[in-house]
Design a protein around this ligand. Structure first.
Ligand SMILES: [Zn+2]
Length: 64
């Protein structure tokens, strides 16, 4: 799972691959190598690499 702190949105890797394919088809650019949010271009946080509590962080932000 990836998380964009600016959009406050988490996205699964599978979904990101789909979005990336669409981006490449439509705009000829790719968001996968840099792992940046296709919407705001903020770098994603890889929730699998974040220390335990990464998922919780998403919840915290969402509750506000
Ligand atoms: Zn974003």
């Amino acid at each position: 799972m990836y998380y964009c702190p600016k959009c406050d949105r988490s996205i699964s890797k599978e979904r990101l691959v789909e979005i990336d394919a669409e981006l490449r088809e439509r705009f000829g650019r790719s968001c996968l190598p840099s792992l940046r949010c296709p919407v705001c271009e903020t770098e994603f946080i890889d929730l699998e690499k974040v220390e335990s509590g990464g998922e919780k962080l998403v919840g915290e932000v969402r509750r506000k």
